[in-house]
Write a protein that binds this ligand. Sequence first.
Ligand SMILES: C[S@@+](CC[C@H](N)C(=O)[O-])C[C@H]1O[C@@H](n2cnc3c(N)ncnc32)[C@H](O)[C@@H]1O
Length: 321
Amino acid sequence: MSGAERLPPVRWTEVRVLAPVEWCELVGEVLAAACPNGVAFGRPSLAAEPPPDGLDYVRAFAADSVDDAAWRARVRAEVAALAEATGAPELAGLDVSFRELPPEDYATSWRKVWRPFRVGRLCLIPGWTPEWVARLRPGDVPLVFEPGGAFGSGRHPTTRMCLRALQERLAAGDAPRVLDAGSGSGILAVGARRLGAREALGFDVDPHARPYAEDLARRNDVSSCAFRTGGFECLSDADGTFDVVLANLYSDLLQRHAGELAARLAPGGWFVFSGCPDRHAEPTLRALAAAGLRVAETRRRGRWLAFLGRRVERAASPRSG
Ligand SMILES: C[S@@+](CC[C@H](N)C(=O)[O-])C[C@H]1O[C@@H](n2cnc3c(N)ncnc32)[C@H](O)[C@@H]1O
């Protein structure tokens, strides 16, 4: 029995929006930000009522750990804000409904649509399709995962930008020590170890995250990869600095904790901070600069930005006397 099968079952909530066909992608993007575990288009099954002409269903899934009244209100508000943001009157008054799914329902539909996919040479292979490991190409790095209740299946653009930057920046033979702030499923920390990092530490406030992250490490035979439950206070008992700091976090957290992230970056080390929506770029870049973090490159996928850079090295102070 695998580690994931021993974990308590996660219950899921489906968010459903009936949207004009030409706007479904955009609605899907808004839902993806709130429901990182997947977005689907179309009716749930052929037996379900077909949508009216010109409309289609956008459906997204979130674990019950995030589903509460405040989260539902936020999802509704973000969908409602689309009409004003786009100036499209047909986006006004879209119906947003929530449905709690029985665990088996989600588990079955999830597996039907999940296929292996790659981010660069990292190949993300669902645990129930191990036969794909035999089909890898030379140089591919497999990462076997069981999508679960923590953020980080690898499909979200913010995660993909981190994984891609990580493998591009890890020169052959590099074996850095990596910090993963907001580690979720552990995909960045475990991915970093699979790509050559010698050690990784992840932390996440979500109490559901750690068992999934540890399971991911076990599935991939990765050692020296530790996970903690908690926020930035977890850093207080972590030793030393890190050669690479990864943080796929909401931009307000990047802004608030830029100083702590900078303090943990070793001289010569580099960072990848993802998860910043383009409208929050300015204050986030200001906070990074104030913390002594120099952004050398900004990448974009849709409305999401990732910042890549290094810590500013302080000039040696002139000797006095
Ligand atoms: C966008 S997800 C990133 C997950 C994963 N690292 C990835 O790249 O797919 C952000 C994660 O940060 C966690 N998080 C939110 N606030 C946090 C905080 N103050 N300290 C640590 N983790 C936090 C969330 O629980 C969530 O798992």
